[in-house]
Ligand binder design. Structure first.
Ligand SMILES: *[C@@H]1O[C@H](CO)[C@@H](O)[C@H](O)[C@H]1NC(C)=O
Ligand SMILES: *[C@@H]1O[C@H](CO)[C@@H](O)[C@H](O)[C@H]1NC(C)=O
Ligand SMILES: *[C@@H]1O[C@H](CO)[C@@H](O)[C@H](O)[C@H]1NC(C)=O
Ligand SMILES: *[C@@H]1O[C@H](CO)[C@@H](O)[C@H](O)[C@H]1NC(C)=O
Length: 331
């Protein structure tokens, strides 16, 4: 099983947050497989450092810097940059089988049984059920398949402008050839399904194994009040979309990921790759409205508590204090 892995992709710091939560959700459900992140060149140093703590392997994919065929394909179709980056997962040839998961998915139970499936297994896309959705799929890394995918991509492009179009054209017999390659919909429960077919959601929703946060507004676009443990949306509608799953996402983020991020800023000033706006954004997500006098604690002790997920948001780690600290770095 050491040669099987879950794989995800983060091309921005925001998607990196998704990837961190996804990884933690896999770990919390005791996966026995490796967990690998592909990252693009725009992911900051700080995010990379946190990803490296959580993941078994973090691999930088710079398509502009890659082999001839890919580079040429990229020059021909610059619009498909992220797609080429995702297709890179086929080059992970030290693994015999992998499950790809988008960084905006969250695992709700152990899903190691997916490794019993063959390439290319995926769930139907509710928008066009004869197409599979490329947010979760089972594949076998292979340099040969990779080359073929790149060629197909540069010759024929993508009918939807993304990886899902490319992959559906390439694995075009998915809809008809082998039903065992159709993953049940519970591997891709989306908030949309809750509304479009509520009776089915009531009957089957509790079996959900993976939730996929589709749409423009992602979990990391909300904010979380650690005191009241509530997620605050930018608009009323959006926050009503998938309240429980969103809350689960934020609970993982605040108890496992944020402490790692804090530990990463630690006692040192920022490294160059880490931008101020990022940090302000990350910290601003934690909104504490109550303040108490900061208890005295050594920074070593504090760091330890962060790492154990015991941030004191009401006291020493309150927003005001974090902000002061950041200001002192930024000067
Ligand atoms: C994962 O393993 C730990 C330790 O063996 C166990 O306590 C925990 O209940 C397991 N979690 C799940 C979700 O099965
Ligand atoms: C899951 O379903 C949604 C719509 O409900 C679809 O847009 C999405 O791409 C699907 N994802 C996966 C992983 O199948
Ligand atoms: C696939 O290609 C990569 C990069 O060229 C190489 O390192 C790797 O060994 C190849 N894998 C196999 C199984 O040939
Ligand atoms: C491009 O599309 C055509 C028509 O569907 C197909 O016959 C051809 O094999 C595709 N090219 C590649 C490289 O997959």
């Amino acid at each position: 099983m050491a040669d099987q892995a879950f794989v995800t992709l983060a091309t921005t710091d925001n998607y990196a947050k998704g990837a961190m939560v996804l990884c933690q959700s896999l770990r919390n459900h005791n996966t026995t497989r490796k967990i690998v992140a592909l990252i693009g060149p725009y992911v900051s140093e700080t995010s990379r450092a946190v990803l490296r703590k959580l993941y078994d392997e973090v691999r930088l994919v710079d398509v502009l810097d890659s082999g001839d065929a890919t580079h040429l394909a990229m020059m021909k179709r610059p619009d498909l940059g992220v797609t080429f980056t995702k297709l890179h997962c086929w080059t992970l040839t030290e693994y015999s089988k992998c499950v790809f998961m988008d960084a905006d998915t969250l695992v709700l139970s152990n899903i190691d049984e997916l490794f019993e499936r063959e390439e290319l297994s995926a769930a139907p896309d509710p928008g066009w059920p004869d197409c599979f959705n490329s947010g979760v799929f089972v594949f076998r890394p292979s340099n040969e398949t990779y080359e073929k995918l790149i060629t197909a991509c540069s010759e024929n492009g993508s009918f939807d402008g993304g990886d899902q179009g490319v992959l559906n054209s390439f694995f075009s017999d998915w809809a008809t050839a082998d039903i065992s390659k159709h993953l049940p919909f519970i591997y891709n429960l989306s908030s949309i399904a809750i509304y479009t077919y509520l009776p089915a959601f009531k009957k089957y929703g509790h079996d959900a194994k993976v939730v996929h946060f589709l749409g423009k507004i992602k979990p990391w676009d909300y904010s979380f009040d650690t005191t009241s443990k509530t997620v605050k949306g930018q608009s009323q509608d959006a926050s009503a979309m998938h309240p429980n799953f969103l809350l689960q996402w934020w609970e993982l983020f605040s108890s496992f990921v944020l402490p790692q991020m804090k530990a990463e800023y630690g006692d040192q000033p920022f490294h160059s790759g880490c931008t101020e706006s990022n940090i302000h954004e990350d910290v601003a997500q934690v909104d504490t409205s109550h303040h108490s006098p900061p208890p005295q604690m050594s920074s070593q002790e504090r760091k330890q508590r962060w790492e154990q997920g015991q941030a004191d948001y009401m006291g020493v780690d309150s927003f005001d204090n974090i902000e002061k600290r950041l200001d002192s770095f930024l000067e």
